[in-house]
Design a protein around this ligand. Structure first.
Ligand code: CA
Length: 239
């Protein structure tokens, strides 16, 4: 799937230039010419990266930056004619990942985009799952130190995505986690609303860890609500 970039800019000539550079480099491009339009596009289109102009007709780019940063870690690169050091400092303090002044060279722009994208991809979106130790329920063991799941002593060979899902359910074992909660925890606040990716992951996990997928021991579906991991065991309990 192509990486989607949102250009927030009211000057059509700059939008045109940015579009041409990005499309030539296989990025998918959407654009907004006002702050209000940008806000709605961010929530509805979930771009992978945002190029933001500071001088927008309806609001200052910095206020937009500030409100967007309250709920998403999507990388934002400010593209501005303001060259003053304090303008850069302010934007970066408000959460911009980078700052490019116009006029810019296309190679520099592309390099900065790659850098910003690399940065987000290596940062875990959910520090909440991070925990140490082990979770045990019957023959199931989640080893939070090794990032592995074992069933009756055998490594279930989960993919990274599957592991993250099991790790999250294990952390809240015994409680029903709604689809929405899981999606937000694993894929961030801008996660797509459809749960297909979740259902596919869950089906794969069940094949790997349940003896019978129709009569599960560990992972339960609460129809129309979400999923629940079986209760964990305390130190002294038996199977
Ligand atoms: Ca402008």
């Amino acid at each position: 799937m192509a990486i989607k970039i949102l250009i927030v800019e009211d000057e059509r000539s700059i939008v045109k230039l940015l579009r041409a550079i990005l499309i030539a480099n296989q990025y998918e491009v959407i654009d907004a010419s006002t702050g209000a339009e940008a806000m709605s596009m961010i929530t509805s289109h979930c771009p992978d990266l945002i190029l933001l102009d500071l001088g927008l007709p309806d609001m200052d780019g910095n206020s937009l930056l500030q409100s967007v940063r309250k709920w998403t870690t999507t990388p934002i690169i400010v593209v501005s004619a303001r060259t003053h050091e304090l303008d850069k400092v302010e934007a970066i303090d408000l959460g911009a990942d980078d700052y490019i002044t116009t006029p810019f060279g296309s190679s520099e722009l592309l390099a900065r985009i790659r850098m910003a994208l690399r940065h987000t991809r290596t940062t875990s979106p959910n520090a909440q799952i991070a925990q140490t130790g082990e979770f045990r329920s019957g023959g199931l063991v989640i080893d939070y130190n090794k990032y592995r799941v074992f069933v009756d002593g055998i490594d279930a060979q989960l993919t990274q995505g599957e592991y993250r899902l099991v790790a999250l359910l294990g952390k809240y074992a015994g409680r029903v986690l709604t689809y929405d909660f899981i999606m937000k925890e694993l894929w961030g606040p801008c996660s797509k609303s459809d749960n297909k990716i979740l259902r596919v992951n869950m089906a794969n996990i069940r094949r790997k860890i349940e003896k019978s997928t129709t009569n599960p021991k560990y992972l339960f579906t609460e129809v129309g609500v979400g999923y629940r991991m079986a209760d964990g065991e305390s130190e002294s309990s038996v199977d």
